[in-house]
Design a protein around this ligand. Structure first.
Ligand code: UFG
Length: 338
């Protein structure tokens, strides 16, 4: 059984490749290396003892996508991570995001629609809910107008898949709405490698802890939350990776109730920015230099997942605590800066 992982050298992609290989599935990775490195293959090999097949391919090139699927006729499932993910950059350059995140999705779905049977897993985001009215957020919460072109590509992406599935019974798809992925593989062989100044909280914390950054700015201390800082649902990337394998197996084994399904992937627990900092200080035994500054434009007050649907239907539950995930992020940071 061959599984194609697009963006398989990226943060969540590489951890998912490991879990797929651990389950005995044969993996082909395609990646354009725009935000990743071939060295990640060595990390995957160090963990699993198996090197996945890798092809450098630009999914924006339609003919390359067509040729790839002509060559690899035995692909039964695709996990599609390849996408751009910087919210701020998407505001500056929306067309880049529509081309990278939507154009490529259409090309892949076109190829999968030609097959007698195909399974497709899509990387979506809790960003589709915007500031939800109720916590925890269930999958039937309304999708709100996107705050950024990036968020819009996740909403449009889901609609494209849903529309395609309606007219393509041979195509089975699941969209996974991630909350806030963090952490690294406990082996410290693979982890997050943000390019430039991290936009996300956890890599900014660990880079500050290691001395690469002077100070963490906590964006806003006057939110209507217990300690005034925003609440998010931080999920260990290994838990997230395992959920992808379970979702794919559900489709490959034909256990899905519908040919398009949506699941939240979170822990169900909300943590504030100050709680994340406390967790870092506990697991690293270091004091973090931080300062509360103005709010960041576009941030929502709180988002954490209802995990009931994933628990009950996928039989999946996040196993790691915030401290465990933070410890893995810190161990990774320490290792890569040695
Ligand atoms: N934060 C800081 N300082 C920083 C970075 C972040 O205080 O230097 C705060 C943010 O204000 C927010 C929390 O930490 O309250 C988490 O911020 P992240 O940037 O790590 O994550 P977001 O929740 O903003 O964004 C994530 C993904 C996006 C996705 C979004 C959906 O990174 O891709 O969730 O809500 F769109």
């Amino acid at each position: 059984m061959k599984v194609l992982v697009t963006g398989g050298l990226g943060f969540i992609g590489s951890h998912t490749v490991v879990e797929l290989q651990n389950k005995g599935l044969e993996v082909i990775i395609i990646d354009d290396l725009s935000n990743s490195s071939e060295k990640v293959l060595d990390g995957i090999f160090a963990i699993t003892g198996k090197k996945p097949i890798f092809e450098k391919l630009d999914l924006k090139e339609k003919s390359e996508v067509e040729d790839f699927f002509k060559k690899h006729t035995d692909i039964s499932g695709v996990i599609h991570f390849a996408a751009s993910k910087a919210v701020g950059e998407s505001v500056e350059n929306p067309l880049l995001y529509y081309e990278n995140n939507i154009g490529t999705l259409v090309y892949i779905l076109k190829e999968l629609s030609k097959k007698d049977k195909a399974s497709f897993i899509f990387s979506s985001s809790c960003t589709v809910y915007g500031q939800a009215d109720k916590m925890p957020i269930t999958e039937d919460a309304p999708v709100k107008t996107a705050e950024s072109p990036y968020g819009n590509t996740k909403q449009i992406g889901e609609e494209i898949i849903s529309d395609t599935c309606k007219v393509t019974p041979s195509l089975n798809a699941i969209a996974l709405r991630y909350f806030n992925p963090m952490g690294a593989h406990p082996s410290t062989e693979i982890g997050e490698l943000p390019i430039g100044v991290p936009q996300n909280l956890v890599p900014y914390i660990t880079q500050t802890g290691i001395g690469m950054r002077e100070q963490l700015s906590v964006f806003g201390g006057d939110y209507p939350t217990e300690d005034g800082t925003c609440i998010r649902d931080y999920i260990h990337v290994v838990d997230l990776a395992k959920a992808h394998v379970i979702a794919l197996q559900r489709l490959l084994e034909g256990k899905n109730d519908d040919n398009y399904e949506v699941f939240n992937l979170g822990t169900g627990t909300g943590s504030s920015v100050l709680e994340a900092i406390k967790s870092f200080e506990k697991v690293s035994e270091k004091k973090l230099n931080y300062k509360i500054v103005d709010r960041r434009a576009g941030d929502i007050t709180a988002a954490y997942a209802s995990t009931d649907k994933a628990n009950n239907i996928l039989g999946w539950k996040a196993a790691s605590t915030l401290d465990e995930a933070m410890k893995s992020a810190w161990d990774w940071e320490v290792k890569i800066r040695k």
